[in-house]
Design a protein. Structure first.
Length: 269
């Protein structure tokens, strides 16, 4: 995995496809490495002729993370785009990654051609605040849940009833979660960054074409929050994918990829 030296630290990223092709940068959510996009989104975007870039947000890299802010994560993405000579690029973000993308589009519109905001929102509500407080309590209390307990909790929080009712699929998901979920303490610096003030008024200044994607069964960022984000951004298109939870881009990748490709190619605006 290559590293970009940005602001005195190494930012891990991966690049797929032809260097001269239009670029799309994929930004993952809290605690998720860039490789979460490999299974479904990277192959689809490469087949569409795009140069695909993924990254590990600060707090997951090879160096001690220290403390940082949402603005720092947005600055990292902007600096990586410049480092790679990828501007103006397409941006895609999920959850915290969507908030990062929103801030990049707002602050550095010259770097962005268009953006997709999956499970994004423009403010913190009571449920998001409660979930964040629980994660912070686990991390700060030095609590490491047994892998089976953490996997069960994660499944209920992030998957749809459709998946939870499918024994074979659910078993696969639980096994994956047991193997891959990070220790909350290991990603402590990223926790709480999704707790943003109401930014809807600021997002009315966004000038790049955006697509806001909600997942119908999302219990983390409920669709109404993504809908009001879309309503705030001028010209933003809103779509809702049925039968999936917060991990909709992994649960229903074909439907999600169809929306991504349509917007990124400029055929759906």
């Amino acid at each position: 995995m290559p590293y970009a030296r940005i602001d005195g630290r190494d930012l891990a990223y991966e690049e797929y496809g032809a260097a001269g092709a239009p670029a799309v940068v994929l930004v993952a959510g809290t605690g998720a490495p860039g490789r979460v996009w490999r299974a479904h989104q990277v192959p689809a975007l490469r087949r569409a002729g795009l140069r695909v870039v993924t990254l590990d947000n600060r707090g997951l890299g090879p160096e001690p993370a220290g403390s940082f802010t949402l603005a720092d994560l947005a600055a990292d993405v902007a600096a990586l785009i410049e480092y790679l000579g990828a501007a103006p690029c397409r941006l895609v973000g999920h959850s915290l990654g969507a908030i990062i993308v929103q801030e990049v589009v707002l602050a550095r519109p010259e770097l962005v051609d268009r953006a997709v905001l999956m499970a994004g929102g423009g403010r913190t509500d009571a449920l998001i605040a409660a979930a964040s407080a629980a994660d912070l309590a686990l991390a700060d209390g030095g609590v490491r849940l047994p892998p089976a307990v953490a996997a069960h909790r994660h499944a209920l929080q992030n998957l749809s009833p459709r998946t939870l009712d499918d024994d074979a699929r659910l078993t696969d998901w639980l096994g994956l979660f047991e193997l891959t979920l990070p220790d909350p303490a290991a990603v402590r610096a990223q926790l709480g960054l999704e707790l943003i003030p109401n930014r809807l008024a600021a997002y009315r200044r966004i000038t790049r074409p955006c697509l806001a994607v909600a997942f119908a069964d999302d219990l983390v960022v409920r669709p109404r929050l993504t809908r009001e984000l879309a309503d705030a951004i001028p010209g933003c298109r809103y779509t809702q994918i049925p039968g999936c939870g917060h991990f909709g881009y992994l649960e229903r990748p074909e439907e999600v990829n169809a929306e991504l490709l349509g917007h990124l190619a400029g055929t759906r605006v």
